[in-house]
Design a protein around this ligand. Structure first.
Ligand code: PLP
Length: 299
């Protein structure tokens, strides 16, 4: 794994066109990204010198921005180059990349029209993966009482800087001593994890909640659907209840950070035989292989 910048070993952070050492990478306290969570972001991974699904992430970033009436002050091509430039400046081959676009500096009022220049920030850092035993043994999750934001209020398909809904869920899981939270929709159907999508395996078929339920359309979720197709595993978008989770043969979460992580117990009930299932393990292996074999070259 790479990760050393040439300047005093400090990470270099991209802020509005400049690469600055981490200790100098600062934004204004009047930035509405800070004051109101007014902005959008992406989490992207690089594996072995290639950025995984870079174009898909950039497309989602621009779609999120469009939905919140935010014009990103650069083209998608320029954004791609800025991400690659940040990785190169830090000599990274494997990294987690956080792209943040905020509304920019305004005044203390809400009015986004008073913010003239969106701030574009790109942070590339070492990957914070879950401990390896999470992948070998699986994790325990609980269904939390915090419901996923209603799409009528703040659509979870928009990857905005407002993550308090997800943070509440994570806090509930941690307080309960479990690794992850599963959130339900306002109507009580399964939505997603605090920062991951959810799948179950039942009778050899994959099921994941439909995007219209009010979830983030995860890029890893899409990759898992592609892999299912490749392995002739029937995969469906299905409205799921808590009961469907409890009685699943297998269950797992997907996300750029977490990749594919097996869930072996939910609300204290073992899932299947309480161990990561066969299909989950098959998908985990195929996913790992894919991340090493495809992507946008950094160098
Ligand atoms: N759901 C939420 C709420 C997330 O924050 C994320 C992570 O970005 C995901 C799902 C998984 O999406 P992806 O696979 O694109 O990382």
């Amino acid at each position: 794994m790479g990760g050393q910048s040439e300047k005093e070993g400090e990470l270099l952070i991209y802020i509005n066109g400049a690469l600055v050492p981490k200790s100098e990478a600062k934004i204004s306290v009047f930035d509405h990204g800070l004051l109101y969570g007014d902005g959008v972001f992406e989490g992207i991974r690089a594996y072995g010198g290639k950025v995984f699904r870079l174009e898909e992430h950039i497309d989602r970033l621009y779609e999120s921005a469009h939905c919140i009436w935010l014009k990103i002050p650069m083209t998608k091509e320029e954004m791609q180059q800025a991400i690659l430039q940040t990785l190169r400046a830090n000599c990274f081959k494997d990294a987690y990349i956080r792209v943040v676009v905020t509304r920019g500096v305004g005044d203390l009022g809400l009015d986004p029209w008073r913010c003239s220049n969106p701030s574009v920030i790109i942070i590339a850092d070492r990957i914070e993966v879950f401990p390896s035993e999470f992948y070998e043994r699986g994790i325990e999750a609980i269904i939390v009482s915090t419901r996923r934001n209603s799409p009528q209020a703040l659509n979870p398909a928009i990857k905005s800087l407002n993550y308090l809904n997800n943070i509440f869920a994570k806090i509930e899981a941690k307080v309960a001593g479990k690794q992850e939270a599963i959130m339900l929709t306002i109507d009580g159907y399964v939505a997603e994890g605090s920062g991951e999508n959810i799948f179950i395996v039942k009778n050899g078929c994959l099921h994941t909640p439909p995007a219209y339920m009010g979830i983030l359309r995860g890029i890893t979720r899409g990759v898992v659907m592609e892999l299912a197709c490749r392995f002739n595993i029937p995969a469906y978008e299905t409205v799921l209840t808590a009961r469907d989770l409890y009685t699943a043969d297998e269950c797992f979460l997907t996300g750029t950070g977490a990749e594919i992580v097996p869930i072996v117990a939910i609300d204290g009930r073992p899932i299947g035989d309480g161990k990561p299932g066969r299909i989950t393990r098959q998908l985990m292996e195929a996913f790992r292989e894919l991340t090493l074999n495809e992507g946008t070259p950094i160098y």
